[in-house]
Design a protein around this ligand. Structure first.
Ligand code: ZN
Length: 153
């Protein structure tokens, strides 16, 4: 499946170079800072919530191509999802990047499937999951009842 692998590579490079939703949301309903000291990836993720639905999500930050591409694809994917759907996707994504290549079905993951190859590079797993851990942290405070807490990794 070399063609597929090339395509995956292309998507990651594209999003890594030109991240989508790379901006700040003023007066965000949720935000969190994520840091991956192993690689030096750093990002702040912003959420606009409408009840339980993620209306808008964006990030600012800097890091390697994988961390930037992952954050970019995350923002495209979870927009419009409920908190619960995003949480479910987090778990599936985590399985994908920590599992054995090809062993985890990528059906339903959409573009996120491009990160399947990361499982072959354990040192890169934290780069790929940083944005997802940060999303969870950003969702957490309001889940507990609008506490003004910001979590970091
Ligand atoms: Zn990284």
């Amino acid at each position: 499946m070399n063609d597929l692998r090339d395509l995956y590579q292309e998507v990651i490079l594209d999003h890594g170079k030109r991240p989508r939703n790379l901006r700040k949301i003023e007066d965000a309903d949720g935000e969190a800072v994520g840091h991956n000291p192993l690689c030096g990836d750093r990002l702040t993720l912003y959420l606009r919530l409408d009840g339980d639905v993620i209306r808008d999500v964006s990030f600012v930050g800097a890091g390697c191509a994988i961390s930037q591409a992952s954050a970019s694809l995350l923002t495209e994917t979870v927009k419009g999802m409920t908190r619960e759907e995003a949480e479910g996707l987090f778990h599936r994504f985590h399985e994908l990047v920590t599992g054995h290549p090809g062993a985890v079905p990528t059906v339903g993951l959409g573009k996120l499937a491009v990160f399947a190859g990361v499982a072959e590079f354990p040192v890169r797993v934290k780069c790929a999951t940083l944005a997802w851990h940060t999303l969870r942290a950003a969702l957490a405070p309001t889940a507990a009842g609008a506490e003004p807490a910001v979590s970091t990794e």
